[in-house]
Design a protein around this ligand. Structure first.
Ligand SMILES: [Zn+2]
Ligand SMILES: [Zn+2]
Ligand SMILES: [Zn+2]
Ligand SMILES: [Zn+2]
Length: 655
């Protein structure tokens, strides 16, 4: 196999893990030693334990007590404790909206939710998550709760099958029905027969034509002879994997190092191995035509068993006609009524005018990116706040200002999982700003505010001297209204805040200083009033600021995440929102434009004075890190404020 000079990724695929992560990673470690290092591990079949006693061991990995040694992806979100262990991830999924790259569960563990195409080291990996439960196939809410796949998941993947790109891998939990048709029976495991697997997996394998198809669930290892796909030059290898740690010593871990098809020459892709067979699904289709009348008779007698996508009755006389592609095609929803998944996901469609799926709402208005199919077609969605898709037909790319007081989540996604507990308005029509539940030092209208510290007041924000400043010129920037964090601020408030930041930056530059900007948001029961701190540092120290924050983070036991640079302040704020969502966070913007974030999960703690401590250390004045050590008398404060006001006059955006 020759590629375009790039190296092929090295991946491992495992069968049903059933919660046995210790056994799995032990085997991975030994394979890694002999044949590694591997880039990723993909798991098919049931990922969670079969017995409740296994939940505790699994929890250790998910809460980070036990490390996960390499990036691991799973599609089998079922088993004991699955709902419990995935509850936080489900919230993330609902907020993240449509994403093909999966939902992070913890460090190095990703849940491939629903269905989609994952790009992993250049490999195009199609996946169908969850399992087939006939009664839940058209029940979105029930399917999500039971770890079953829904019609929409399957349709979504079918839409991608039309892409010209070759699919390298296909992961399904269940075997494709009829995969042993035309195979050498000597290699077929004894308990596998014509009724093994689901028609859904077979349908998708037929349409996706993957180079490799992996499945679990059956508890046996089976590598079928490669088969040729009709209308394609490349062949497919199906591999069923056994359960991790099974006592029959059946193979459950498979190593693969495929060159991505996108980097391969067509002639290499079309190489035909000597033991090639015709497609097992093609055999089924031809046989079904010749035995059509008998099939119809049997179907009429067994209507329930032959329901769409279901397992067909057991092999009565050794014929293959039970797998009937024509039948499933007719029972599908009419394509013209279906939303184009590619268009909804990417905002564009590679098929453009030739696409047979819907791109507009019926009146020429394009379907907005990330919109919920069910919401688009029916006007409502039974999944409610749990839905991964947007329940709004507004275009999410619009740059209209967020109305003051409107919930950011609601504005962006049309839903908010805080429901009635949310402190923001879930209506775009009549928003009212949030009210503090007690006295607030920062609400400009409140009697508690220290007016002698106020430097400048705008339409939405104001600027005040920090109480106990690290250095002269250390100021706070705050919204006038009681908004909890800058992430929840309306765009017009943010815009004004940015004008203040620009003014302050220029003001300090005139004094030979750069600025460090940071915000610490901790949700308090009594409510939080957003404030960002701006501290000048000498230009000479500007290049050291990032290192100082990263070192301090390391010492405090965490690592900052970077937001993409070169974005506008609105884009940066949205990126911050995407990252932190409902969590507390610490955010810092450095003189070199770097924007670093540390989201605080659950009860995660962080020093109240972290930001000022780092700056004080950077300035070689560590004693100024403590706020209380810097408190001044009211007269001193008044003088300092007057002095700074003088300096700021030429830069104040409100003057
Ligand atoms: Zn399309
Ligand atoms: Zn929905
Ligand atoms: Zn809300
Ligand atoms: Zn307030």
């Amino acid at each position: 196999m020759s590629g375009s000079g790039s190296t092929a990724p090295r991946i491992l695929i495992a069968g049903d893990v059933c919660g046995r992560l210790a056994a799995l990673y032990k085997r991975v470690a030994s394979v890694n030693k002999s044949n590694g290092p591997f880039d990723a591990l993909l798991c098919v079949g049931q990922f969670f334990p079969s017995d409740p006693s296994g939940i505790e061991d699994m929890q250790k990995y998910i809460d980070g007590t036990e490390p996960i040694p390499l990036p691991t992806f799973f599609v089998g979100n079922y088993g004991e404790g699955a709902n419990l262990l995935l509850s936080a991830s489900k919230l993330k999924a609902a907020q993240a909206g449509l994403s093909m790259e999966g939902i992070p569960v913890c460090q190095n563990l990703t849940w491939l939710i629903g269905s989609g195409i994952l790009n992993l080291h250049g490999l195009r990996i199609a996946y169908l998550g969850a399992k087939y439960i006939p009664d839940l196939y058209q029940d979105a809410k029930g399917a999500a709760a039971a770890g079953a796949h829904h019609e929409d998941d399957v349709d979504a993947l079918r839409a991608f099958a039309d892409d010209k790109a070759v699919t390298d891998l296909f992961l399904s939990n269940e075997w494709p029905l009829g995969v042993t048709n035309g195979a050498d029976l000597v290699n077929v495991p004894p308990n596998v027969n014509a009724a093994t697997g689901t028609m859904i997996a077979a349908d998708l394998a037929t349409e996706l034509k993957p180079r490799y198809h992996f499945a679990g669930t059956e508890g046996v290892f089976y590598a079928r002879e490669p088969y040729l796909n009709p209308d394609a030059d490349h062949c497919t290898r199906f591999i069923g994997l056994a359960t991790v740690g099974n006592d029959k010593k059946q193979k459950f871990l498979h190593a693969l190092s495929p060159m991505p098809a996108s980097t391969m020459a067509l002639s290499d892709l079309a190489i035909r191995p000597p033991n090639l067979t015709v497609s097992p699904y093609e055999i089924a289709r031809i046989e079904s035509k010749s035995a059509g009348s008998r099939a119809t008779n049997l179907r009429n007698g067994l209507a329930k068993d032959t329901s769409r996508g279901g397992k067909h009755p057991v092999d009565v006389d050794g014929q293959y006609w039970r797998y009937d592609v024509g039948q499933t095609k007719r029972q599908r929803r009419d394509d013209g009524d279906r939303v184009c998944v590619e268009f909804v996901t990417r905002g564009t469609c590679s098929r453009e005018g030739n696409c047979r799926f819907k791109h507009d709402l019926g009146d020429g208005t394009p379907i907005p990116k990330g919109a919920c199919f069910e919401f688009v077609t029916k006007g409502s969605c039974e999944r409610g706040a749990d839905c991964r898709y947007r329940h709004s037909l507004e275009n999410p790319e619009r740059r209209e200002p967020l109305p003051a007081g409107v919930c950011f989540d609601f504005f962006k996604t049309g839903k908010c999982d805080r429901g009635a507990d949310c402190r923001f308005s879930h209506s775009l029509d009549n928003p009212a700003p949030p009210r503090p539940t007690g006295p607030c030092w920062f609400c400009l209208s409140s009697p508690e505010v220290s007016t002698h510290l106020v430097l400048s007041v705008g339409d939405h924000c104001y600027c005040a001297l920090a109480k106990g400043p690290v250095v002269q010129g250390h100021v706070l920037l705050l919204p006038i209204e009681h908004f909890p964090s800058t992430v929840s601020l309306a765009f017009d408030v943010l815009d004004e805040m940015q004008k203040y930041i620009d003014g302050l930056r220029e003001c300090h530059r005139s004094q030979g200083n750069a600025i460090v900007i940071f915000e610490r948001y901790i949700q308090l029961r009594a409510g939080t009033h957003a404030h960002i701190q701006i501290i000048p540092i000498p230009e000479a120290e500007a290049q050291s600021a990032r290192g100082a924050f990263e070192t301090a983070a390391m010492q405090a036991g965490f690592e900052f995440q970077s937001l993409p640079s070169g974005k506008s302040h609105r884009q940066a704020r949205e990126a911050l929102w995407e990252l932190v969502q409902n969590r507390n966070y610490f955010y810092v913007e450095l003189p070199d434009q770097a924007r670093l974030v540390h989201p605080l999960d659950g009860g995660a703690k962080m020093s109240m004075q972290f930001g000022r401590e780092v700056v004080a250390t950077l300035l070689n004045k560590p004693e100024r890190g403590d706020w209380k050590a810097c408190v001044m008398s009211k007269d001193e404060e008044t003088n300092m404020a007057e002095e700074f006001k003088q300096l700021f006059t030429n830069f104040d955006p409100m003057l």
